[in-house]
Ligand binder design. Structure first.
Ligand SMILES: Cc1ncc(COP(=O)(O)O)c(C=O)c1O
Length: 392
């Protein structure tokens, strides 16, 4: 049987990532023996802290941990999550009803959309955004309505405009500190979002992946700290970045009881829970002091400083972000017209630097490239030197 291209109707909504164009160039160059400095994907380059790895080794040696686990997560892990919220944000989370363990944020967000949407229902997503924010909606057969995600006031206005259009949106996705724009907000912004959500009767989903990657005196607030937030929404957290555990696939979603319950129901059909030793190691991660988290955040802060300073010395002035493992850089004037994809290709071919083109995050990302701080400071300096091949 030959299957025609309309058979998999969803695939027409899932074009190959723009990023794959740059990735292909990167792999080709590397195959030719070139040294590419890779600021492409937000994939932490450092190891998971030793005490967490040791817990994995110890618990995976025990046969009782080899069986199916619980789809919603081990009760002790959910208790650790509840303690984590109380300690870090002074937020009360009922460990049985108001939180669920996810196989990383991407899994939780995607299955929540499947739990929540009927075909054609609308979700408001930021533009530019982390791609799963829009693709999770499309995978669940929903429709996306974008809002401008640059300044706070512009965002609120753009969200309000979107909420008053027909068909009425069912949910709103927000994410701060933001990937890719690195934008941060304070608690009053979340309070405005809660008020909007109550007024328009929508659910808010806050992706808090960079909760701990904050610099200087800035501390990112949790959405759940806003009064009334649990009435309208949930927040997703990931251990991928705070603990360098990207490959382990563990996170959690917490907040509104009905939303968590819907996700729990869908997941109970789909998975048997994360490999138990990983969940046990996650308990260790959340319960221990935050020294290792601070160390990880400090590494990104030093790299941020090095990149901003050295790229500036090479003639590319870039705004300094207060949070995340990214630099969101306006393309230098002279090259802006060529667009972010062509400029990213030029960075690879002329300077041996891989970055993500802004257009890959949405149309409002055009004019920017994103650098992930996953190369060490020596390599950042090497990149700054090779930028001199451009006319900046
Ligand atoms: C905003 C945001 N959310 C979620 C994720 C993915 O998290 P996880 O590894 O838990 O799926 C990332 C990873 O880059 C991200 O930037």
């Amino acid at each position: 049987m030959s299957i025609n291209s309309n058979y998999f109707s969803l695939l027409s909504k899932l074009p190959p990532y723009v990023f794959s164009v740059v990735n292909d160039l990167k792999y080709k160059a590397r195959r030719n023996g070139e040294d590419i400095i890779d600021f492409g994907m937000g994939n932490p380059d450092q190891s998971t802290p030793k005490h967490i790895v040791e817990k994995l080794l110890e618990s995976s040696a025990q046969g009782k941990n080899h069986r199916y686990s619980l789809s919603a997560g081990l009760p002790k892990l959910k208790l650790a999550i509840s303690d984590w919220y109380r300690r870090n944000y002074d937020v009360d989370i009922d460990s049985e009803k108001e939180t669920i363990v996810t196989i990383g944020s991407k899994e939780g967000l995607s299955h929540l959309m499947i739990a929540m949407l009927s075909p054609g229902e609308v979700v408001m997503v930021p533009d530019p955004c982390y791609p799963i924010h829009s693709f999770s909606v499309l995978i669940a057969r929903g429709d996306i309505r974008s809002y401008d995600s640059f300044s706070e006031n512009l965002m609120i206005k753009s969200i309000e405009d979107g909420l008053s259009k027909s068909p009425k949106p069912k949910a709103l996705i927000i994410s701060f500190p933001s990937n890719p724009t690195t934008q941060t907000v304070d608690l009053s912004f979340f309070e405005r979002i809660v008020a909007l959500a109550k007024k328009h009767k929508i659910v808010v989903i806050h992706d808090f992946a960079y909760a701990d990657i904050c610099f200087g005196s800035y501390k990112a607030p949790s959405f759940l700290q806003a009064a009334g937030a649990k009435d309208v929404g949930v927040e997703s957290f990931s251990l991928s970045k705070s603990y360098n555990m990207a490959g382990w696939r563990v996170g959690f979603m917490s907040g509104n009881e009905e939303v968590i319950s819907a996700l729990r129901r869908v997941k109970s059909y789909l998975d048997y829970g994360i490999f138990q030793p990983i969940q046990i190691s996650a308990i260790t991660a959340l319960n221990e002091t935050k020294d290792c988290v601070n160390e990880i955040s400090n590494t990104y802060e030093s790299r941020r400083n090095r990149l901003i300073e050295s790229f500036g010395n090479s003639g590319w002035e870039i705004d300094k972000p207060d949070a995340t493992m990214f630099i969101w850089a306006k393309i230098p004037e002279k090259y802006r017209e060529m667009g972010s994809l062509e400029f990213s290709k030029k960075l690879i071919t002329d300077c041996k630097i891989a970055a993500s083109p802004g257009i890959g995050f949405g149309k409002n990302g055009e004019g920017y490239v994103r650098f992930a701080l996953i190369e060490n400071e020596q390599r950042i300096l090497q990149a700054a030197r090779s930028l001199k091949k451009l006319e900046l």
